[in-house]
Ligand binder design. Sequence first.
Ligand code: ZN
Length: 194
Amino acid sequence: MKRQTQREARIAGLVRQLLAELGEDPAREGLLATPQRVAKSLLFLTGGYQRTVAKVLNGAVFQSQSNNMIIVRDIEVYSLCEHHMLPFYGRCHVGYVARDKVLGVSKIARIVDCFARRLQIQERLTEEVAEAVREASDAEGVGVVMECRHLCMMMRGVEKQNSVMTTSTVLGSFRKSGDTRGEFLALIRPHAGG
Ligand code: ZN
């Protein structure tokens, strides 16, 4: 905890410098507590660096005879792009075909967070989630689709307000079998099941 407090103080110092560099007066009333807040918020948004999948799962892997497809749809994603440190956010759909282990339902969302709370690019985030789910569950196949809006595109650069970037990773049977992949894609379509 002490280490975290020291880190927070150092980041706050850097934010104070940054404010001055941007032409602000870090001593004006509205900004007095800002460096501290930004430091706290940044540490939260990058908290994935302090986590591992094993810690996140905390043993919530269960034996199961089922080899049906398990889908968790519409997991909220909030991340920061590594090029601009600006947010990108959207939804993620994860599917896997279990061999004989299934993951606790909330754990899939926590795996997503573990990697989203870091500086990322969406393509890598998608792959890391897929690999982590496969590794944790020993699934015969995994599919991950992520749809995100990037503030670095919306607020600056090309200023495209409505573009959504879609990335996907398919592993194992999702890659080999068109039927399996097709079933996954049908199940994550917005109108399937509301
Ligand atoms: Zn960016």
